[in-house]
Design a protein around this ligand. Structure first.
Ligand SMILES: [Zn+2]
Length: 272
């Protein structure tokens, strides 16, 4: 059953098919049962559109240096035939031409900002190598989507501490933290009191790896109804995304909050 309103999705991953295959393979080996492992590029996007999705943040990330340019180029070309998509480019902290990549993405291709995956890219979010990116994003009033939290896979570069140190340096940065910052949701919520441009998304929340009770989820949403963004994490889900969004929908509980979480908050995040 479709949602009763057209909606936006703040967290979708679309990669070139051969990359997507490798990502599915990685999750498969890590023990995940990815529901959408037979979906690629068009079929994935069509599946979302068929369910009433009218716009989405499309996120890519480079897991090693030297590949961001090609990936961004691919994303840009893909985006030209999908005007409802807001594109978030990528750069690897070890890319020697990082400032040029940032400029191309933001100026030549007018993308919405960047996705930084502190875990997969093994980079602390407060790493000085990313400073040119943060400065460029701020100057142009764009946004950054980050995977900052320790779940579902922790390593030495994730956690709220590094994120807090980033925000202390760039307090006006418009940033969307994936997965409600799991598993340090409380600490991220405290940072939201200080930083008005900080948003959290619901990607894959709740799920087997990211568990939160319905009461707790409702409390989070109702604490910051203007800064929680519905995001699915499609295709990295072990269940159909409509099952996922119905739970977020239920947790919103009130009509005006649903409008915010499924549409208005993301619009504000996109446009500043
Ligand atoms: Zn994701």
């Amino acid at each position: 059953m479709p949602l009763p309103i057209p909606y936006y999705d703040g967290h979708v991953h679309i990669f070139p098919e051969h990359w997507q295959r490798r990502i599915y393979h990685w999750f498969h080996r890590a023990g995940w049962k990815i529901r959408y492992q037979d979906f690629y590029e068009e079929s994935l996007w069509d599946e979302l559109v068929r369910h009433g999705m009218q716009g989405a943040s499309v996120l890519v990330y480079a897991h090693r240096p030297g590949i961001a340019r090609d990936l961004n180029q691919w994303l840009y070309a893909w985006g030209r035939t999908h005007p409802e998509a807001r594109l978030y480019g990528t750069v690897h902290p070890d890319d020697p031409d990082l400032p040029e990549i940032v400029e191309t993405v933001l100026d030549s291709w007018s993308m919405a900002g960047f996705k930084i995956h502190a875990n997969v890219q093994a980079v602390r979010l407060d790493d000085a190598r990313l400073d040119p990116l943060y400065r460029a994003v701020l100057e142009r009033n764009r946004g950054v989507v980050v995977h900052a939290g320790r779940e579902p896979h922790a390593n030495a570069t994730v956690g709220v501490g590094y994120f807090a140190s980033l925000m202390a340096r760039y307090p006006r940065l418009r940033v969307q933290v994936a997965h409600l910052g799991f598993d340090e949701v409380e600490a991220f919520l405290r940072l939201m009191e200080q930083y008005p441009n900080l948003y959290l998304d619901t990607a894959a929340i709740p799920s087997t790896q990211l568990t939160i009770g319905m009461e707790a989820l409702r409390a989070v949403i109702h604490h910051f109804p203007d800064r929680i963004i519905y995001g699915s994490d499609v295709p990295i889900l072990e269940e159909p995304f409509d099952a996922h969004w119905w739970r977020i929908w239920e947790a919103c509980a009130q009509e005006p909050i649903r409008q915010k979480v499924f549409r208005l908050n993301l619009e504000r995040f996109w446009n500043g």
